[in-house]
Design a binder for this molecule. Structure first.
Ligand code: WT7
Length: 652
């Protein structure tokens, strides 16, 4: 942590509007009124283990659990002694019901090709690929990384891992080969699954080539499975690389699900933290599965006839929980689109909604702001009347974007669920229940049943009502992370040290007089760019690894579309001079080190950075400068005032 967190938080939001669900919507909903919600929440809060123990009856158990929760702070074990299987709960449970021949997954590729898998068909493919994995020597507890486009095979591979007890680690396809290698090494991945190439806005992404480069620095990875997605020739390394279709052609479709202990790891997913090293967030079997299922049912109020579209990439937690595990365990139809929203034109999403009669759309504020910028005429050409519910995630949604989403996309008839959660929480923690909780634009409203949020000051004591402070979760919940892969110490320090016995999520929030929560942004040095968490230190480390850079500081500045843009301040090593050419080189360097989506928007060269007397960079001051604001905060700890003056005069 490079500077003290917390501090005075000023609330500038003044949102008075209230949108209640229509009586027709509420009548059909699972939870129909605020009274019903409050009863359920109170009941859950009074007996957390009792509440979740009862919910867990909805999963299939090969062996029933003996105890709901074993809490050895900060390590939780849920459904102790029980055995289940996530792939079984997503697929097999539906095969003896009328859902057997219902679409589990509807997919459209960027070029317009489509595929539909029923629950039965998806089961067959998953069993076959599970047998492929076994044949390649993968078994319980082995880590399989995946670097793939948004194709059905990615979902199939994840479920196949779950079926045999292997642990998947999906790496977002925007990451560079350096980032892939770092994750492979940290997770000790044994196998990687990729594709020859991927489609993005008509261009071909070099996925296999990136993996080839990564494998030079991934000593634990022995084999590589390659899906043919695009079709250009791909160099295959004899004995290491195998084509997906060759392996599948010979695989049996009989593969019973392996009974797994409740706490067996299901997946690792890397996210940014406040140090340079990405955190491998660990999620396990039964608790995650239950939490994904129940939150899908409560928040999206899914029905059997729905087509549910979560637009996230499977490479992020939103995709894991609300493209794959939540919808499939709830028996709903999940829709997946492979490509860019403006391929071939800016109305692709609206044409997909019209074509597939999508009922629920779950997306991010950054996408909504982009569509606003592109213009209403793209939306107006399409019939969006199939929609009945809208969702938002990744960052706070500003009231202006909320209203556009509500009126333009939802036709003023669809509730918007503004869902607050994190990679670490496994699933949604706070959100309106659409049939029960009246909406206030910009607020994620109230906690889900079984979730106990509190707002505290730095001393851990509750803040006065209405004041901002640290958001903590006071009681364990089934979807919570079980640790950071290979680093229990970091898990303790990051989440469980600042406030005794409570989970520190890293966001500030306030709770208004109606018990509505308003998220007020991060308390640590983590940016939120297009709904993705980026750690300032990761970007700084990448910059400093370039020979021209002596020191670097990254901060966020407000950005109309992305929420935050990345601004970096760089001091150069001796012998280097500022130039546009060097700027370009540094951008390319970050692209290579971490990935294209982390590339700084602004690079400013400076002769010194503002620091505290103990040598810590004062990012708070840099944030003001990057945003073009007057410095307002306290500068009494600043070591050298002339640095600030020089930074301002360095401004271009
Ligand atoms: C951080 C988690 C899990 C969803 C995708 C991002 C911010 C997320 C909201 C929201 C305000 C939000 C928080 C959170 N965030 N949803 N509805 N309102 N802020 O997952 O990368 O783990 O990031 O995203 O700051 O801590 P993530």
């Amino acid at each position: 942590m490079s500077e003290p967190r917390g501090g005075q938080i000023v609330n500038v939001m003044k949102e008075e509007r209230l949108f209640s669900p229509s009586p027709e919507f509420s009548a059909k909903a699972r939870i129909k009124s605020i009274e019903e919600y409050e009863r359920l929440w109170k009941e859950s809060a009074a007996d957390i283990p009792g509440f979740w123990g009862k919910m867990a009856e909805e999963l299939h158990w090969f062996k029933p659990f003996d105890k709901v929760l074993e809490w050895n702070e900060p390590f939780a074990k849920w459904f102790v002694g029980g055995q289940t299987n996530v792939s079984y709960n997503c697929l097999d449970v539906h095969l003896s019901t009328p859902r057997r021949n219902k679409a589990a997954l509807i997919w459209e590729g960027e070029p317009g090709d489509t595929r539909v898998y029923t629950y039965q068909m998806l089961h067959t493919e998953v069993c076959k690929f599970a047998n492929v994995l076994k044949k390649l020597g993968i078994g319980q507890g082995d880590v399989v990384s995946m670097y793939m486009p948004m194709v059905p095979e990615l979902v199939i591979a994840m479920l196949a891992c779950a079926r045999i007890g292997a642990i998947h680690c999906v790496i977002f396809a925007g990451f560079s080969s350096e980032a892939i290698a770092e994750r492979n090494r940290d997770a000790s991945a044994k196998l990687i699954i990729t594709a020859d190439q991927g489609w993005r806005r008509g261009a071909k992404l070099p996925l296999k080539a990136n993996v080839d480069a990564a494998l030079e620095k991934s000593p634990t990875v022995q084999k590589c499975v390659v899906l043919k997605r695009v079709g250009d020739p791909a160099p295959m390394k004899e004995g290491r690389d195998f084509w997906w279709h060759d392996l599948m052609a010979e695989a049996s479709d009989v593969c019973p699900a392996q009974p797994m202990d409740s706490e067996a790891p299901l997946f690792i997913l890397y996210t940014s933290g406040s140090t340079g090293k990405p955190k491998g967030v660990k999620h396990t079997t039964a608790g995650y599965n239950l939490y994904a299922k129940k939150t899908t049912e409560w928040v999206f109020d899914v029905r059997d006839e729905d087509v549910f579209w979560c637009t996230a990439d499977v490479g992020w937690i939103t995709g894991h929980t609300y493209i794959v595990y939540g919808p499939l365990s709830a028996g709903v139809t999940t829709f997946v689109y492979e490509g860019a929203p403006n391929a071939p034109r800016e109305d692709r999403w609206w044409s997909l909604i019209e074509k597939y009669k999508i009922n629920i759309l779950y997306t991010a504020p950054t996408a909504i702001r982009t569509f606003i910028k592109w213009g209403d005429h793209w939306v107006d050409q399409h019939d969006l009347s199939s929609l009945r519910l809208l969702g938002s995630v990744g960052e706070g949604i500003n009231p202006e974007a909320w209203m556009w989403y509500y009126e333009k996309i939802g036709g003023s008839r669809c509730p918007i669920v503004d869902t607050w959660w994190q990679t670490e929480t496994g699933g949604i923690m706070m959100s309106p229940l659409p049939g029960a909780i009246p909406l206030k634009p910009g607020s994620c409203t109230k906690p889900l049943p079984g979730i106990i949020p509190e707002i505290v000051a730095e001393d851990g004591k509750p803040v006065e009502p209405g004041h901002g402070g640290w958001l903590v979760i006071a009681k364990p919940w089934p979807g919570m992370l079980r640790g950071i892969w290979g680093d229990d110490e970091r898990y303790k320090i990051q989440y469980w040290s600042d406030v005794k016995g409570k989970y520190l999520c890293g966001d500030n929030a306030r709770c208004d007089a109606d018990g509505y929560y308003w998220i007020m942004g991060r308390i640590d040095d983590v940016l939120n760019v297009s709904g993705h968490r980026l750690s300032t230190i990761e970007i700084e480390s990448a910059l400093v690894s370039h020979e021209a850079v002596a020191e670097a500081a990254a901060v966020g500045r407000p950005h109309e579309i992305k929420g935050e843009a990345v601004a970096v301040f760089v001091t150069l090593a001796s012998g280097y001079e500022p130039s546009d050419e060097l700027r370009k080189k540094l951008r390319d360097h970050v692209r290579k080190e971490i990935g294209a989506f982390c590339v700084p928007d602004d690079i400013r060269f400076t002769t010194a950075l503002p620091k505290t007397r103990s040598g810590k960079i004062m990012r708070r001051l840099l944030r003001d400068i990057a945003a073009g604001r007057q410095t307002t905060g306290d500068t009494t700890t600043l070591e050298d005032f002339s640095v600030l003056a020089r930074l301002r005069s360095d401004e271009e």
